[in-house]
Write a protein that binds this ligand. Structure first.
Ligand SMILES: [Zn+2]
Length: 118
């Protein structure tokens, strides 16, 4: 009896590592007792493999609703707003035919208004 999740996650790299002795479901367990399966399900190796497989299968909606996903999206949002201000300043300088030194001045004014331009 083998564990598909563990085999898919650890693959052949587990051969020769410390997992081979701990996780008999990689090479095939001959113990068919219910307790062997439940012990395997509670093992750290199987929990790690299951968590990794679930992370690979999660869709964008699940990522967006998770705390880490929200943090990542807010980081992207702040970076996007920073770039938006920089491009607006560049557009204003080009549109009005002003010298490039006005771009620096305009960025300083934007930062004075509380926007972190980096
Ligand atoms: Zn497993």
């Amino acid at each position: 009896m083998t564990c598909f999740t563990c085999i898919e996650f650890y693959g052949t790299k587990s051969i020769g590592s410390g997992l081979k002795g701990c996780n008999t479901f990689l090479t095939g367990s001959t113990n068919l007792k219910k307790s062997a399966v439940s012990d395997h399900e509670l093992s750290k190796a199987h929990i790690d493999a299951t968590a990794n497989t679930a992370a690979k299968c999660s869709d964008s909606a699940a990522i967006a609703s998770s705390q880490a996903g929200k943090a990542m999206l807010s980081l992207h949002l702040s970076e996007r707003q920073r770039l938006m201000h920089l491009f607006r300043n560049a557009h204003a300088v080009g549109k009005k035919g002003r010298p490039i030194t006005d771009y620096t001045w305009l960025c300083n004014v934007t930062e004075a208004n509380g926007v972190d331009l980096g």
